[in-house]
Each structure stands twice: as C-alpha cells, then as structure tokens.
Ligand binder design. Structure first.
Ligand code: WT7
Length: 641
C-alpha cells in the first residue's frame, strides 16, 4: 500500500522545486510565515503593496491577509501580460463537437473583457454588486468572471447542471440583481436550456434588474423585458475601461457548496489572498513552464474551474484550455484526441472520469499519441490505487508524474499534494502539505494524534486562499468549521498519515456525499424528497459506487395510506432532479414503513449506511432502537446496488 513510485529524472529536470527547495521553502513558510507570504505576494502586481501580511485568528474567527494591499485580479490575469504576451493564446476553447475550436490571445481576451465590463456597467452593475453566472463551458464564462473582477462586482457562478429551483435559491441568498446566461449549452450532443431555466428560476421569484444573454447556440429562446442580448460588437468602440482598485479583503466571488446541514453555503473568497494562493499553487503544483498548454477538465461552476481554468493559469500568463462537453462524446477517445490536437502538456481531471475511461480498456487511449503530456493531475475525491496506476501507466506511459491534489471549495486552492520535482508518489495518497499548510489529525474528542495515525483532518493555521466567511451568515462559518475543534479549521474529511508523513484522505466524515466529484449534502437530497406531497420522511446515505465513487441511496417513508409503486419511485427520482439537478438523481430508493430511530427520535444513520453498504453483519448495537424489529424489514427490502 505504501509502495512509492519514484520520480523519473526527466520529471525532475527543470522543475521549479527540487526536493531540497521544498524542504527549505516549507520550513520558511512555517518559521517566517509573513516573510514567506510577502515573497509569494510578488507573483501579483499590486496597486499598493501590502505592509501587513497575515492577520488572522481561529478563536475568535477573523481572517485577513494583505489587508492594506490594493490590487485588481483581472489586471493581474489580463492587462499586465499585454506587453509580453499580447499574441500568446490565453484561452483555447473546444466545443461539444470535436474540432469546433475558438481561442483568445491575451490581447483579444483583454478586448472581450473590457467590452463585457462596459456592458455590465451600462446595465447598472456597480462595485460590490453580486452577479450570478449560469453559463455553459464557453469562453464567455471566463470573460464574464474577469469582467466582474475588473469592475469590482462579486461573481457567483452556478453550475449549469443545477435546476431552476437550485438556481433561484442561490440568486436569492446573495441578493443578486444581475444574471449572465446563454441561450443554451451543449453537453454530449444534448442541449441544456440555460436561458429557459433562468426564466423558470425567476418566475414569481427574485426580482433581478437584468439578465444578460450570450448568444452561443443561436437556438430559439423566449425573451422577457429584463433580457439584454449581449452583442460584443456594440461595445467595440467603447474604449478602455480601467480596472477598479480593490482592497485585498474585498470580496472576489461567492461559490455555493453543500454542507452536512441546511441549504448550500455561499463560500466567500476575497481578492488578495486568493490571488496569491492560486498563482503560487498553479506555479508549483503544475510546475508550469513557459509556453505550455494546460487543460483542466472541470466546469467553471465548481471551484476547480475558478482556480485552475481561470485565475491560477491566467495569473501565471499560461495558456488554458476549456472544453464544453463530456469525456465520452462522441466516443471514449475524446480526451486523448483533444490532448493530441491541442498538444496539451498538463492534464488535470477527476478520478470518476479516470475510472469511467479505464473501464473502456486501453485501446481508446493507445489510439492516440499523447507525447505532449508532461504532467497529470487528479482532484475531487480519493483516487483508488488501481485507477492511479492506469492513469500513470497507460495515459502517461509511465513518464508523467501525477499530482493528486487534495483541497476544497473552502480552501480556494490546492492544500495537500506531492510536488512534481520534489517528491516520489504513492498511488492513492495526496502526499504532503503545500507551503504554509499545517495539517493535524485529531480523534473524535479533539486529542491531537502525532506521527502515523488516522483521524479527522484539521488545519491549524490560516493560509491566504482560505474562505473568509459564509456569505450573509458569519455565525454559520464559525459553527461549521471552527466549533468542532476549537481554534482549528475542520475540513470534514477523515485522513491517515503514514510513517513518511504522507496524507491519505479517506473521505468525508460528515453527512456530505461526493458523487462523481460533485459535492452534495444528504440533508439537501432529503429535503428535496420530503418536499414531494406523498413523502413523510426520508434518509439519504452514500454507498460505494465503482464509477461515481459514491452513489445516492434513499430510504423513503410515505404518508399513511400511500402505497409504494414503481411509478412513484420514478416520480420521486424526477422530483429530486427537478429540485436540485441531474447530479442529485437517487441511485437507489427503498420504501420503508419507518426509519430506524432511537427512543429520543434520532435517525440512526449508521444502521442505514451499513445496510446500503451491504454490511448486514456489522450493524453494531441496535438495542437503543425504538423498534429493533425494523432492522430485519430494512435488510429484506434492501435494493441491490
Ligand atoms: C471535498 C471537497 C477540490 C476541488 C474539487 C472538490 C474531496 C477533493 C480530493 C483528493 C481525496 C478529495 C474531499 C474534500 N476531495 N480532492 N485529491 N483526494 N479527496 O471541491 O466540492 O469543495 O469538495 O472533495 O472530501 O473535502 P469540493
């Protein structure tokens, strides 16, 4: 299990961070944190350089970095590259259909961002306003994010796979008065009706001042009085629009993510610390070299897309590739075909995609040359060693190091990973802490576990990319992350540290599911189920799934007098899709006359989890159940995943 895969000499050649340098820098980052992060802040061009570096406390919770610094992140991602990189490609885009390609040089990106910024201003968007983006994976998604950053507006990107209801909740929560969407998007040959979804979300719902609609597919869509059809040409002669000077602690974006309780939280990231964190992690972790093509397959609706399609790469003056579609369209060779056609050097994807492609065998991979690849990355969930080895041996021909990057929406950027020039790798382990990151393992009581141990993963010190608050609910921020173990940031993940100090993430220890790398709260799926008129109660747990990592298993109790049926099962599935989106579709639905509860009425999820995992012999103590006989009927009614 602890077998190391050594870095090849080729992998180490020219690296930004050989082993000794990692040791020195890591030590420096702990012993002189302010000095270290002052140095790293030089990756960014400041309007006013910060004199205060870290100023934070986890008890009481108050986090600031570079607080008196002034900067603009759009300037750092676009304008400052113009003297040296005007004609270098900043973004390359490939559509859902192979070979449909567009790109923007840094000069062109600048032009597009300025035009959209003009349009946003004319629509009434001012500094500090929230703007909701609900877009396909198109160049305009990156342009819109940068245009918001340019004028100091706070973007809130909502993944295009979320339903109108989910979109409405996210517009309401941050009181966003502006939405940017597109007529539609294409994924695997299927049209995603984004504009129609926006109209549905806004029906009888939140009042917004304007919906900016980008023409992407040119399909027929309904218009309303609040729509502004975006025409970049109309702004071609509007002239320069200078970047708004922002305080380092001014909000940059909100991104909603699921927790173990209640509605999704608006994770708030601010400008200066996030800029430094994404710029530094991109540089070191992907060991980015001048002229290379970087491809991260995430959607900009997730934090991975924010940090490693848009901000991290562009802050480094890189060329970043965006892909509209899915890994298996038109066939399972699509990724490898694109890698060859675009000569991709660094490829960053998720274990769920790797497993799905691995299942198709080696032929679709070997049909392509992949010689341009230098480095491979993985993110989103633990990667099983079998998938890791396939990725390494077959996709990377054994040549390319793999970085298995552990992080979260909340962390802003990568936290634990090996560095490609510095460390040997262990398949299945994320590796070692990035500079400034101090992980700690604790047991359920909060006792710190030294050395090789397994426990709950906390981070003891702040880092510049850390989220600052839950939008509109600072108390929830404190409660969620800093109250379980006082004075520490609790990640919600379980983890093992081995004798070499390598970290092995074992998955969430709270009621958060990771389904195909998408984060979902069991509570969200439960509340979607109980919002159906025939459902009395529901309990949702995860179970191991070969491709998705985790599948969604739902136990449902109907109102008295209602009978389970296949039709109702289908209706409930549909209902959850409508409430949240296709990513939350239940894999298994088991009707049960009651849920197992303690005498005080608490649902015993442990038992439900064991039954869903098919571990009936390891149910543990069931004597505290109000009705122990229920267990047999639950086992009997179990659906075979
Ligand atoms: C959760 C965060 C990080 C961007 C994408 C997901 C899991 C993430 C890894 C990894 C094991 C991982 C954790 C974490 N996770 N990366 N390399 N190895 N687990 O961001 O939606 O905020 O989810 O994803 O459980 O807590 P997210």
């Amino acid at each position: 299990m602890n077998d190391k895969v050594a870095l090849s000499p080729e992998a180490q050649a020219g690296s930004h961070c050989p082993p000794a340098k990692y040791e020195t820098l890591y030590r420096h980052s702990l012993e002189d944190s302010d000095g270290f992060w002052r140095d790293q802040a030089r990756r960014i061009d400041w309007v006013r350089e910060p004199s205060v570096i870290g100023n934070w406390s986890f008890d009481p919770v108050d986090i600031k970095w570079y607080e008196d610094g002034v900067l603009n992140l759009c300037y750092n991602c676009v304008d400052r590259h113009l003297p040296a990189r005007a004609d270098q490609k900043a973004l390359i885009w490939e559509g859902d259909e192979p070979g449909v390609v567009r790109s923007l040089t840094y000069a062109e990106l600048h032009g597009q961002v300025v035009r959209m910024a003009h349009c946003l201003k004319a629509a009434g968007v001012s500094r500090g306003d929230r703007v909701t983006l609900y877009l396909p994976m198109i160049l305009e998604a990156a342009v819109a994010m940068l245009a918001c950053a340019r004028i100091g507006a706070v973007h809130s990107v909502v993944f295009g796979g979320f339903s109108p209801d989910a979109l409405r909740g996210r517009i309401e929560d941050c009181e966003s008065r502006f939405v940017i969407t597109a007529d539609g998007g294409m994924r695997g040959g299927k049209l995603v009706p984004l504009k129609a979804n926006v109209d549905a979300a806004l029906e009888d719902g939140p009042r917004v001042d304007a919906v900016l609609v980008i023409r992407h597919l040119g399909n027929e869509v309904a218009s309303t009085g609040r729509d502004i059809w975006y025409d970049p040409e109309a702004w071609a002669d509007a002239g320069e629009l200078p970047c708004e000077p922002m305080g380092a602690e001014d909000p940059l974006f909100i991104l909603y993510t699921s927790g173990s309780t209640g509605k999704p939280k608006g994770v708030l990231h601010t400008t200066g610390g996030y800029a430094v964190w994404t710029a530094a992690t991109f540089h070191f972790v992907f060991d980015y070299r001048e002229g290379e093509i970087f491809w991260c397959t995430a959607d900009v609706g997730w934090v991975t897309g924010h940090s490693y399609i848009v901000y991290g790469p562009l802050a480094n003056g890189a060329t970043t590739l965006m892909y509209e579609g899915v890994p298996n369209h038109p066939d399972f060779g699509r990724f490898w075909d694109m890698i060859d056609r675009h000569q991709v050097n660094i490829f960053y994807t998720a274990p769920t995609a790797i497993r799905a492609l691995m299942r198709e065998g080696d032929d679709p991979v070997k049909a392509h040359n992949r010689a341009s690849l230098r480095l491979l990355g993985s993110v989103g969930e633990p990667i099983n060693p079998e998938a890791w080895r396939w990725y390494h041996q077959v996709v990377g021909d054994g040549r390319c190091p793999i970085v298995d990057t552990w992080w979260q929406t909340e962390t802003g950027g990568i936290m634990i990973t090996t560095l490609p020039g510095a460390h040997d790798m262990k398949p299945g382990s994320a590796g070692l802490p990035f500079f400034g990151v101090v992980p700690e393992l604790v047991d359920a009581e909060g006792v710190v576990l030294p050395g090789a141990a397994s426990g709950n993963l906390c981070i003891t010190r702040s880092w510049p990319g850390q989220m600052r608050t839950v939008y509109g609910d600072h108390e929830r921020f404190v409660q969620t992350y800093f109250s379980t173990y006082k004075g520490k940031y609790f990640t919600g993940d379980g983890c093992r540290r081995d004798e070499d100090g390598f970290y092995w993430i074992t998955g969430r220890v709270d009621d958060v599911l990771n389904v195909s790398g998408h984060r979902l709260g069991t509570a969200e799926v439960e509340s979607a189920l109980v919002s159906h008129p025939l459902v009395a109660e529901a309990a949702v747990v995860g179970y191991p799934h070969d491709i998705k990592g985790q599948g969604i298993y739902c136990y449902v109790t109907l109102l008295a007098g209602e009978e389970p049926s296949n039709g109702l099962e289908q209706a409930l599935r549909q209902h959850v899709r409508k409430e949240i989106g296709p990513i939350a579709t239940p894999d298994h639905l088991q009707f049960t006359p009651a849920l197992p509860k303690t005498r005080s009425g608490k649902i015993m999820r442990r038992i439900l989890r064991k039954i869903a995992h098919n571990e009936h012999d390891a149910l543990g103590d069931t004597s505290t159940l109000a009705d122990p006989s229920l267990v047999d009927s639950l086992i009997e009614g179990r659906r075979n995943p």
